[in-house]
Every structure is written in structure tokens, then in C-alpha cells.
Design a protein around this ligand. Structure first.
Ligand code: GLY
Ligand code: MN
Ligand code: MN
Length: 439
């Protein structure tokens, strides 16, 4: 945590420069221009949506709140930052650049986004920026071969990036502890969410994604972000999927809890957790991620059999698609600057796409794991009325113990999610390590 970031950052920038040199050469470009981007205006309003800096910009700089600024990179030259510091007494303006990163950049301060654009080189440039809103005087081209190359290499995190992801994990773990306490104290979903934010010391807009905080049956809604203001009469179970940010890097953590006395559901959580740890242990170089996902289906079928939900073999549960009723999402995804990070399907540094296995439409990662990649491992088991109703109409329904299903429905579901680094040896579990640091 207290690692000195300056040397790691210098090494990170050296790596990004090598990558940018190659990417620019692919398209024969002289300069790479990367926009922080500008906030999006709400329709017929004078308000903006919360600003999220472009992930490409955040790859170069730990700056998340500098709209209108640009990185300019020309091979053979120190990267430049065109830093917008408006003359503005309505808003907080970005502070004068300082910190471990400034030595790596030539910094030029301007007052407006238009001045920043005016200061950019214009000839033979690759411009990485959102297409909308348009930028006056600039041709935003986002050249595909260049973007493919950069996205592919973003899969391999530098030691600097891993240091920030460890920080994001520690913040998330601390906030998860506070959320668990709030659940045990009988708080509402809204109250738990507030306890989470307070412990993370981050506001909603700073989080890498909207918190999922579900009590009881709400755990069955995969992306439940409703936040009931009133606590239920009885809180039986709690599913929280919530992350945190560190200098633009994400963590993505899910835990599921049973209230005291709900031992049958606790036993199911324990089995999913044991299976999850088994999948984490397989985050090794060369492991095909889609094969790990299919393996997870088999192991979760075994869990459902052990707990009396299924009577068929694990094999036939997977083949007939029954496990997809209970585990209807992917095992996980790449994570980094974006919670669902880029290049999960990419075939090579020149682009292309690796298809998902048939019958698994929600898997977000089809590549084999390599050292430096960070992925989530997030198996789940859910009791989702809509999917259960469909299953009831199928021939396999006779091999389901529906009374057992009914005993679990009031608990919603289970998901357990860790962020895991593939290394040259054993996996590094950022999430478990972060929770261990709190003890
Ligand atoms: N929190 C979204 C996900 O787990 O992918
Ligand atoms: Mn996730
Ligand atoms: Mn998640």
C-alpha cells in the first residue's frame, strides 16, 4: 500500500511509450493525441452527467477530474500534458499539477478546452477521443488498428497498475466490512449503501460502477441498484457487489451473507465459496478462461446436487442448460481501468474476436490467461423467478426438487467475486489479500 509509486510510474510510462511507438507505426502516424474528454450535457439542461475521464487518458495519468485536458505523445519526445485549468469561480478547478507523475511529462497549462485543442499538433495524428460531443477543429479518428493494439496490451498490467489495483481492493474491502456490519445491524439497503460510501470515502460518481446492495429476494436481481429506503421486517440474506477506485483503477468485489440462524443458506454460501476458491486457484498462465467458465458450471451443478436442488448428474445439468437457470452470467471478465475492461474477446494485437462457447451468451472473456492479466472470478447461484418458471416447463423439471428451490427463493441468490492477477506462478488474489490486511 505504501509502495513508492514514482519508480513504478516511471517504468509504466516507459512501457506505454514503447507500446505507443508501435501503435503509431502501425498506422504511419506522427503523433498520438489522447483526450481526457469533456462532460456530457443533459438534454435541454445546463447540467452535465458526472464526468468520467477517458480510460486511455487515465492509462497515462492518475488524473480523473481534468476535463478538456490532453496527452500528446510524439515518438522520441517526452509526453506532453496540455492541462486545462479554467479561470472559474463557479467550480473547483483542477489543482496545479504535483505528485509522483509530473516529472514524466512536459506540462503546459491552458485556460479552456478550446485553447487545449488549439495547442495540439494537427498533422498526421491519431486522435483517441469520444466522437461525441464533436471537437471543433479536430478530426477524431480513433484508428482501429491502433486502438486494437493499445487495447490488447492494456490486458497486461504493469507493476504500477497492479499497485493501484491493490489500493482499490483495500478501499473496497474496508467498505465491504462496514456494509456487512450495517447489514448485521438491520439497516436498509440505502443505509448499507451509505455505510459503504462512508467507509470507502468515495461518492457514488467516483465508484467504478453502481453499487449492488440487495437484501433477501433482491439478491436474485443480478444488477439490483434500487436501494430500498426501509429495512425489511427480517433481513435473511445480503448480497453486495461493490467496488472502489484508486487513481482511475477499479476493484469489483461481491460477497453474500446469511443472517444468524439461516444455516441452510449459509451452507450453500459456504459451498459456493469453496468452489469459487477452486476457480481462483486455476487462474494460471495458459488456462483457457471459457474452459474455466464451463468447469464452473460443472462444479456449481455439483453444489446444487449436494444441497438437494438437482437430482440429475452434473454432466446432464450442464448439457441440458439447467445450470444456466441458476448461474445465468459469465464467470467473470477482465478488470483494470474499466470494471469490464477491454480486449476480453480479442484474438490478437491486430484485432479479431474469439467467439463465446455456444449457450454462454454472457461470458465476457474468451481468451486464455497470461501473466499480467487481471480477471474477476465471480460464480453465483440464484433463484430467479423468471428463469425458474421457464425451467418448470421443460422435461428436466422432473429432476429438480422444487420444494428445495422454494426454501432458497427467499434468500435471492449468492455471488462471490474476487479480482485475481495471473502471474508466472500462483495467482495473486487482490481481494482476499485486501480483506486479510484489515484483520
Ligand atoms: N459489478 C459488475 C460485475 O460484477 O461484473
Ligand atoms: Mn464483475
Ligand atoms: Mn461485481
Amino acid at each position: 500500500m505504501s509502495q513508492d509509486l514514482a519508480p513504478l510510474y516511471a517504468q509504466h510510462i516507459a512501457t506505454l511509450r514503447v507500446r505507443a511507438d508501435k501503435a503509431l507505426a502501425l498506422g504511419g502516424f506522427d503523433h498520438l493525441l489522447i483526450a481526457a474528454s469533456t462532460p456530457l450535457r443533459k438534454f435541454l439542461d445546463d447540467q452535465d452527467y458526472p464526468f468520467v475521464a477517458s480510460p486511455h487518458f487515465r492509462h497515462w495519468l492518475p488524473l480523473t477530474d481534468t476535463p478538456g485536458s490532453w496527452v500528446v505523445y510524439t515518438p522520441g519526445h517526452k509526453p506532453k500534458l496540455i492541462f486545462v485549468q479554467p479561470r472559474d469561480y463557479w467550480h473547483v478547478v483542477p489543482a496545479v499539477p504535483s505528485g509522483y507523475w509530473v516529472d514524466q511529462f512536459e506540462i503546459s497549462i491552458v485556460r479552456t478546452a478550446a485553447e487545449a485543442v488549439a495547442a495540439l499538433p494537427k498533422d498526421n495524428t491519431a486522435v483517441i477521443a469520444p466522437d461525441c460531443p464533436p471537437i471543433d477543429g479536430l478530426d477524431v479518428n480513433n484508428p482501429q488498428p491502433l486502438v486494437d493494439y493499445l487495447h490488447w496490451h492494456r490486458s497486461y498490467k504493469t507493476p504500477y497498475e497492479l499497485a493501484l489495483m491493490r489500493q482499490a481492493s483495500v478501499i473496497g474491502a474496508r467498505a465491504h466490512r462496514a456494509a456487512e456490519q450495517a447489514f448485521r445491524a438491520g439497516e436498509s439497503e440505502f443505509g448499507i449503501h451509505m455505510a459503504y460510501l462512508a467507509a470507502a470515502r468515495q461518492i457514488d460518481a467516483e465508484l467504478p460502477y453502481a453499487n449492488i446492495v440487495g437484501l433477501n429476494e433482491h439478491g436474485a436481481v443480478l444488477h439490483y441498484t434500487h436501494f430500498d429506503r426501509v429495512a425489511p421486517a427480517q433481513s435473511r440474506s445480503f448480497l453486495i457487489d461493490a467496488g472502489a477506485s484508486a487513481a482511475g483503477y477499479a476493484s469489483d468485489i461481491t460477497r453474500t451473507y446469511a443472517a444468524q440462524g439461516h444455516s441452510e443458506f449459509q451452507a450453500l454460501i459456504d459451498s459456493v465459496e469453496q468452489a469459487q476458491l477452486g476457480f481462483v486457484a486455476k487462474v494460471m498462465a495458459g488456462q483457457s478462461y471459457p474452459e474455466l467458465h464451463i468447469h464452473a458450471h460443472h462444479m456449481l451443478a455439483e453444489v446444487l446436487r449436494e444441497h438437494g436442488v438437482l437430482r440429475m448428474s452434473a454432466q446432464s445439468a450442464v448439457q441440458s442448460g439447467v445450470t444456466a437457470t441458476f448461474f445465468p452470467h459469465g464467470l467473470g471478465h477482465p478488470i483494470g481501468l474499466q470494471v469490464h475492461d477491454v480486449a476480453g474477446f480479442q484474438a490478437s494485437e491486430t484485432g479479431g474476436s474469439i467467439a463465446r462457447p455456444e449457450g454462454h451468451p454472457y461470458l465476457r472473456m474468451t481468451r486464455a490467461l497470461e501473466p499480467g492479466m487481471v480477471v474477476t472470478i465471480e460464480p453465483g447461484l440464484y433463484f430467479i423467478d423468471m428463469l425458474l418458471e421457464e425451467l418448470r416447463t421443460r422435461p428436466e423439471a422432473k429432476d429438480i426438487d422444487w420444494a428445495k428451490v422454494d426454501t432458497f427463493r427467499p434468500y435471492g441468490g449468492i455471488r462471490i467475486e474476487d479480482d485475481v492477477v495471473c502471474t508466472h506462478g500462483e495467482p495473486e488474489n487482490l481481494t482476499r489479500d485486501a480483506f486479510a490486511l484489515l484483520k
